[in-house]
Design a protein around this ligand. Structure first.
Ligand SMILES: [Zn+2]
Length: 270
């Protein structure tokens, strides 16, 4: 199996017999546009970066995970797997119902060479609350604003192919304590959060998730993301050096890899 980091929380898994996308997001709306204008996918950017795919998994409905999915679905023809609320939102955004598969925690999906287990996990708090949380507003019609991309469920996925298990951790708290070979975990996870998840899943390879600055276009070099404080505090950038040190401290036998975007890494069974 090969995996590629696509920026933000986007990942691309390939194995003989198919390709799987998770949370593809290439438009990268600039920060100044978030608060005001409606959000529209940049179809040219999406077309430039979307690889061939058979299946798309959506972790939750926030714009940085869902905005581009309708365009990616149209380009690839892939089936879209998402929570019922995310499917409702995708229908508003024009994805044909026959292309969507609603999923829920506890599901086990057989997608060609991949087996995917679906877990529900808590979303990060930002300054004490979960942003854009709750049911969809009545009568939604595109183009939508960032706050219309409301979520209720957040999924983490354990993807297995060819004997290799990859846990795509979407949150930083109460991730599923399932054994895994490769862990993708938030670059903003604290030392204590990393200690808990690493001891629970015992990975041999750890990569940061959601680590690059999603407000910077993909045409520019990656730099670490701004990190919203979980409680009141200062806005600062994710510190990958500290993050790597914390991973090494709590999983001394594991390898740590900060992936380059769009570079394929071969992940083999032990
Ligand atoms: Zn979110």
């Amino acid at each position: 199996m090969e995996i590629q980091y696509l920026g933000t929380a986007g990942w691309y898994f390939t194995a003989s017999g198919g390709a799987l996308l998770i949370d593809p997001y290439f438009t990268r709306v600039p920060l100044r546009r978030l608060a005001f204008g409606p959000l529209v996918p940049d179809a040219e950017m999406v077309r430039r970066y979307t690889p061939p795919a058979d299946w798309i998994l959506v972790s939750h409905s926030h714009f940085d995970h869902l905005l581009d999915v309708p365009v990616v679905a149209q380009i690839t023809g892939a089936e879209v797997y998402a929570s019922r609320q995310s499917c409702d939102l995708l229908r508003v955004l024009g994805v044909p119902p026959k292309q969507m598969r609603p999923i829920a925690a506890g599901n086990r999906l057989a997608l060609g060479p991949f087996t995917v287990e679906v877990y529900e996990v808590p979303h990060r708090q930002m300054i004490g609350r979960i942003p854009a949380y709750g049911p969809l507003r009545e009568g939604l019609a595109p183009p939508l604003r960032a706050r219309d991309y409301r979520m209720r469920e957040l999924f983490s996925f354990r993807v297995e192919a060819g004997g290799v298990r990859v846990l795509v951790a979407s949150g930083v708290e109460r991730e599923p304590p399932v054994p895994t070979d490769v862990l993708l975990v938030g670059a903003d996870a604290s030392r204590a959060q990393l200690a808990r998840i690493l001891s629970a899943v015992q990975p041999r390879l750890v990569l940061p998730n959601h680590w690059d600055d999603m407000f910077r276009p993909l045409s520019e070099p990656a730099r670490p993301s701004l990190q919203m404080p979980q409680t009141l505090g200062l806005l600062r950038r994710v510190d990958l050096v500290a993050w790597s040190a914390h991973v090494r401290e709590h999983a001394p036998a594991a390898r740590v890899l900060v992936p380059e975007r769009f570079r394929a890494y071969d992940i083999r069974a032990k």
